[in-house]
Ligand binder design. Structure first.
Ligand code: AP5
Length: 210
């Protein structure tokens, strides 16, 4: 399985990629997690990308492409979450895959209206120890100690940054649906359904392609 998850911030790309990775034994490659790990490491690159991340802006293409590339050859099966986000990145991905002799199976677009997304992002919490994603109301962290946490809120989940990220999505990332539709690789899934229903629809949609 080699699939891309497209969709606005809060549509559930990370949530679904984690679930499908567990079910299908695929690797979850999140460029957002890669960016946050680099920031956490305190490296020079981390300091450079932090200002973009915290404002909700995209990290420049040449930097993010170089950060993402090494992961593409790291597993036989993967789910790419948060990359590509514009046409330049999509073309860079095509070139990298061609060089590796790897074929993309599908691009799945998760669709939900902006109002629902703002509510989801403001209630999101992520476990600092496991990276698992939760929501204080829709998908609360387990109380049985299965995930020790702590459960923290992301810096870019402040309202100003959320609105900026959604604006960028509509301007730059949404047009990628046409990019992949033209190549017969696009599947769309209603992301307003419950978390397990969205997972089932993604697996059904990619089942024909992988
Ligand atoms: P990234 O980490 O990718 O953030 P994002 O794109 O803003 O996406 P999110 O993680 O916010 O949304 P999601 O769809 O994964 O939602 P989630 O599953 O968590 O990127 C962060 C930053 O890194 C970027 O702003 C940029 O600076 C940089 N970056 C990364 N990639 C880049 C690139 N390619 N180019 C340039 N810069 C890049 O779910 C959200 C919440 O909703 C959770 O609380 C969840 O529990 C809940 N939820 C999920 N599904 C459902 C459901 N069906 N019903 C109810 N609640 C649900």
């Amino acid at each position: 399985m080699k699939i891309i998850l497209l969709g606005p911030q809060g549509a559930g790309k990370g949530t679904q990629a984690q679930r499908i990775a567990r079910k299908a034994g695929a690797k979850h490659i999140s460029t957002g997690d890669i960016v946050r790990a680099e920031i956490g490491s305190g490296s020079e690159l981390g300091r450079k990308v932090q200002e973009y991340n915290d404002r909700g802006e995209l990290v420049p293409d040449e930097i993010i492409v170089e950060m993402a590339k090494p992961y593409l050859n790291d597993a036989d099966s993967w789910i790419l979450d948060g990359f590509p986000r514009n046409e330049a990145q999509a073309k860079a991905l095509d070139a990298a895959l061609e060089q590796l002799g790897v074929r993309l199976d599908a691009a799945v677009a998760l669709e939900a209206p902006d109002e629902a997304l703002v509510k989801r992002l403001s209630g999101r919490r992520q476990s600092e120890s496991t990276g698992n994603i939760y929501h204080i109301e829709y998908d609360p962290p387990p109380e049985d100690g299965d995930d020790p946490g702590p459960f923290v809120q992301r810096k870019d989940d402040a309202e100003g940054a959320i609105r900026r990220r959604l604006e960028i999505y509509h301007e730059q990332t949404e047009p990628l649906k046409d990019y992949y539709a033209r190549r017969g690789l696009l599947a769309t899934v209603d992301a307003e359904q419950s978390i397990p229903e969205v997972t089932d629809d993604i697996l059904a949609a990619v089942g024909d392609n992988v």
